[in-house]
Design a protein around this ligand. Structure first.
Ligand code: SF4
Length: 287
């Protein structure tokens, strides 16, 4: 299967296609990157989609830390890395807005399933703009490698089983991408991913635990995200983001924009934050 897939990808590369690995620094995208490197598929770029305004401030150091370790196994990996600054274009004022500017002016806080505008208007739009303006390649010539799995949700299980590991451009999806999409780890489970890392790349495994998962938060995810659990929100508060998160939440709560559910989600997150003691939190400068 692996050989067959490598052959198919090579066929596309021979027809001027390029491979771009979407990398967020979590276990899924790290394993995805390692699988592609193992298959000796030439990678054009490794990109992190930074949602401007809502990203962990030291994310670049964290991501480069993993890639430096991977670079020891596969020299040249680090130099392929690039951060895509994802903003959205306000067509009314013809300017670019960050996460909070857009939420405040128009959309409110994102709501899973109903109004997850951050994925489409920031990540996807930012990615497509980068392909067009920076790579200057036609969308259908790009193979985007993405670390998603069947086990992530019922919806993904159904969608991935239906479409398979390599999906042509413009296939219907919540996040309709104009590029090819390749999901090398789609059939793996979380347990398999962790043992794969531990057995084959112990330094990468240790780094992920000491710098990210051991802190009980996913650093690569947006700081304020509707998918964050109570434990993660409270861990972020203790890490020094208490004041910053409360400020952003209050700013949106005073605003009438967005879905009714936006406010409910914000109020729930605010309650979790307020449950953490103010004294034990340490303010770290948010730059
Ligand atoms: S991490 Fe959360 S807030 Fe950020 S783009 Fe994804 S779903 Fe939206």
């Amino acid at each position: 299967m692996v050989i067959l897939m490598a052959r198919t990808i090579y066929d596309l590369i021979n027809k001027d296609h390029i491979v771009v690995v979407n990398f967020s620094g979590g276990k899924d995208s790290t394993c995805t990157l390692l699988k592609v490197l193992e298959m000796k598929i030439p990678i054009h770029k490794i990109v992190y989609m930074k949602v401007v305004g809502n990203t962990y401030p030291k994310i670049e150091d964290y991501l480069k830390g993993i890639l430096k370790i991977i670079d020891k196994y596969y020299p040249g990996t680090l130099k392929l890395f690039e951060i895509i600054e994802c903003k959205t274009k306000c067509r009314m004022h013809n300017c670019f807005e960050d996460f909070w500017e857009y939420a405040l002016r128009y959309a409110g806080f994102p709501v899973p399933h109903v109004g997850l505008w951050c994925l489409t208007h920031f990540k996807l739009e930012g990615y497509h703009r980068w392909i067009k303006e920076k790579l200057k390649v036609e969308y259908h010539k790009v193979i985007s490698v993405v670390g998603i799995k069947k086990g992530d949700s019922h919806w993904r299980k159904r969608w991935l089983s239906e479409h398979g590991e390599l999906v042509p451009p413009n296939t219907t999806d919540v996040r309709i991408t104009k590029t090819w999409k390749w999901f090398p780890i789609m059939s793996m489970t979380n347990e398999e991913l962790w043992s794969y890392l531990k057995e084959n790349y112990p330094e990468v495994y240790d780094y992920l635990w000491s710098e990210n998962y051991g802190k009980r938060i996913s650093l690569s995810q947006c700081l304020l995200c509707p998918y964050r659990s109570k434990g993660e929100v409270q861990a972020l508060a203790r890490l020094g983001f208490r004041g910053w998160m409360l400020e952003k939440i209050d700013m949106l709560l005073q605003n009438e924009k967005g879905y009714r559910l936006s406010k409910q989600i914000l109020l729930r997150i605010k309650r979790w934050i307020l449950e953490t003691s103010h004294e034990i939190t340490k303010w770290i400068e948010f730059t």
